[in-house]
Design a protein around this ligand. Sequence first.
Ligand code: SIN
Length: 480
Amino acid sequence: MMAISIRENCWVGGQWVGRPELPVINPATGEEIAKVPDVGSKGATEAVASGANALEGWRSTTASVRSSILRGWFDLIGRHRDELARLLTTEQGKPLAEARVEIDYAASFVELYAEEAKRIYGEIIPSPRADCRIMVTRHPVGVVAAITPWNFPAAMVTRKVAPALAAGCTVVLKPAPDTPLTALALAELADEAGLPPGVLNVVTGNAVAIGEVLTSDPLVRLLTFTGSTAVGKQLMRQCAGTVKKVGLELGGNAPFIVFDDADLDAAAVGLMASKFRNSGQTCISANRIFVHAAVHDAFMGKLIELVNALCVGNGLDPVVDQGPLINNGAVEKVERHVADALRQGGVLVTGGKRHKLGGNFFEPTIIAAAHDKMLLAGEETFGPVAAIFKFDNEKVVCDMANKTDSGLAAYIYTSDLGRIARLADALEFGMVGVNTGAISTAVAPFGGVKESGIGREGSRHGIEEFTEIKYLNICISPGI
Ligand code: SIN
């Protein structure tokens, strides 16, 4: 088995192209790991042309051919799991154990869509005319542009690319500038699995120049993006000129509600999984933690113990639970949220500042007495800060939870079935975890409502996003 090499070129039309120039930095050490090209608008246009040239051949393959290539890609990702995880940790910072989980999560999308490729069904609708048949079929949307984030450098790539390929689309992928190496390694494995040249193209470089091409080139028929709400809105505006389909997975501001009838040990563990996974740099991370007044102190005791036990350091060290944040800008945002919360009456329970390791490390933090005027209530902190709000009424906490423009994920811990049913209806979020802080799986539809995005990823819904419906009216007797 060939070892994964660090690729310093882009992958376009089945060739490694471009001159390495933009540094990729290890967020734990500040060291340069590699350089990647800055393809600019010319390189992006060439990648789109490459996807367009490969489209006819790829869309006319059978579902079973696409399925077996994806299955081969899945197998190769599994075989290279440890190397991919190390590469991911080196460029992104998350602990190695979490990186392995992410590689498995990434592979699970490829496996799922190898299967779903064979299940892109149409429908027959009874016609109002006796001699006619109405047939509905699904077709690949065409060339897809995928812009992926740095927080999940493997899983967000496969969650978009695998269903697009399974549906018969070709792809131009632009990974985040902080974490392009995992995406390039995945492209190399897709090639080894037999994906024809030009079906998947990966470009790196200046986001504005590349984004401009991907949103305006008429050959691109769908843009799928995961990232901030502000950038998502901008890309959506840019796509309007050529009326592209868009799939947007944008920011969240997840409420995590612990009721007085909850299993507090389970709630504390669930919160750790949701809040401190990836150092809090997750769109579905608990951002506002509402704890019922009657169990507030008991819950805090459990949480403090778990948070203080977290070991911060370089993710390559197997004892580490929390790696660095992605870059200094991310640390500054967390500092701003903490300072604002403390200025407005928040109580610092633990942490609260840059970690003594320096660089991009931040202490796991708990702030009590949080309220809705604080920055951390209005925006996602995207860092290891647990902000605790006290409440004493179900209706009031539900209204507080919904008081956000975001609507991605919400969590509740309770043992009351009636309350589960009420809140399942009332919470304005695309995903709700009940007595769990872990909702991510390839087989469920991931996505949000309100300003958290458009469309769903994962599950059978995730492949439909990459198809267009065509309706055929077949009449036996020719006529009007
Ligand atoms: C995200 O943060 O955008 C994705 C998280 C996940 O899939 O669990």
